[in-house]
Design a protein around this ligand. Sequence first.
Ligand code: BGC
Length: 508
Amino acid sequence: MPSSDVPSNWWRTAVIYEIYVRSFADGNGDGEGDLIGLRERLPYLRDLGVDAIWLTPFYRSPMVDGGYDVADYRDVDPLFGTLADFDAMLAAAHALDIRVIVDIVPNHTSSQHPWFTSALTAGPGSLERDRYIFRPASEEPPNDWESIFGGRAWTRTPDGEWYLHLFDPGQPDLNWDNADVRAEFESVLRFWLDRGVDGFRIDVAHGMVKEAGLPSVGHPQQIGLLGREPLPYFDQDGVHEIYRAWRKILDSYPGDRMAVAEAWASTPLRLARYVAPDELHQAFNFDFLAAPWSAAELRATIDACVEAADSVGAPTTWVLSNHDKARHVTRFGSPGIARAAALLMLALPGAAYLYQGEELGLPEVLDLPADARQDPVWHRSGGTDPGRDGCRVPLPWDASLPAYGFSTTGRSWLPQPDWASLAASSQQGVPSSFLELYRTALRLRRTFTGPLTWNDSPTDVLDFSRDGLRCVVNLSGAAVPLPTGSVVLASGDLPDGTLPPDTAVWLR
Ligand code: BGC
């Protein structure tokens, strides 16, 4: 925990910045982001004004799924550095009052994890196989479940048995009815808490427990990563017992440690169960990310999410982009809308999650060459789904350097487009830039408190107040008069006392 800090439920209002470690900053010149590179860039994050960073997995991994296939939960992959590099980065972050959240991947391990390799060797019926979801040899797979990355969710072992993998065959699902599995993850949590991390992001938090008997779904095209249909492999009631046990562990440590669920449930109220007072602290709010740029839909989403979180006393979270979704500049089709959406999100009560590069206004890279792409989604769909590499292109730091300063040698594991004008160095100190908009917004945001109240507004205009703030966003096709009050920040020009379309303003 940062030394200067008193425990205060910091996570309730925090801005948490997601770092896709491989693409953030490369400290050793191999073209892959790493923990040394991240440590060197921490002052940038302090200046941006974030409260915490969330690091995607940096553990030992064959990197079949960018590190979400973990072979050793207690060590750093050589690609990213060493445990000593992690400790040094953590200490440096805390010295700057930045908290650090790490990613825990409990639904599956890598197929290279010693548990899985020994399960294969030990054979059918063994205790080793009981840690995963194996089913007896048969011609047909045990049920019709599909992998979220495409194709079926079962793969055959050489002895004919099937094993379940909701993601890639290199990511076998664990059996959470097995006591070893529960004990192991409790120990992994303690390992990182003992090192001083401030919390965890829990990967596929709705997936660990499967419906008894593993019933078929009954139809194809079951789900993308985040869907709404109730499914026998997601959001089962049994998962909550795991989180109640984890919460006790988190609470047994000093310093306000927290956990955020990457969970998807059929309704906001079912999602709220993950953040009951004796479970996790937060859950990502993907409804907001998925909402179209429509005043009615955004308002309905905001209200439903605030109400659901209030029902259990948890804060809402807001997110526009992450390492699994096309960047929102491209999703919205306009940098101007992305700027307005950022001011909307950052004015809302609760915690906000930013994804590296959104503060630079980076778009999705749509034209990566096929031979550069690495996402299993691309490979398993036979190239019909471009996958997620386009939001994972290494960051441009300095317009004047090779690879825009991402690495010391100019190498980059994914090719970067012409990003000179979007590099941090090109935006720094330029008042109209994305970077300065985010910096100012993060600074001002700390002065807003309290719940949100909607004000009367013209059609397709969102207008709400909190203590210290009035936020107005024009989603209609025509300019509207600017409400009275002094403007403290705007996402675009405000000509002649009007708020143009696709523009947001903060007033006092
Ligand atoms: C992560 C993805 C990953 C998947 C499997 C997701 O929730 O965000 O990047 O591919 O889990 O671990």
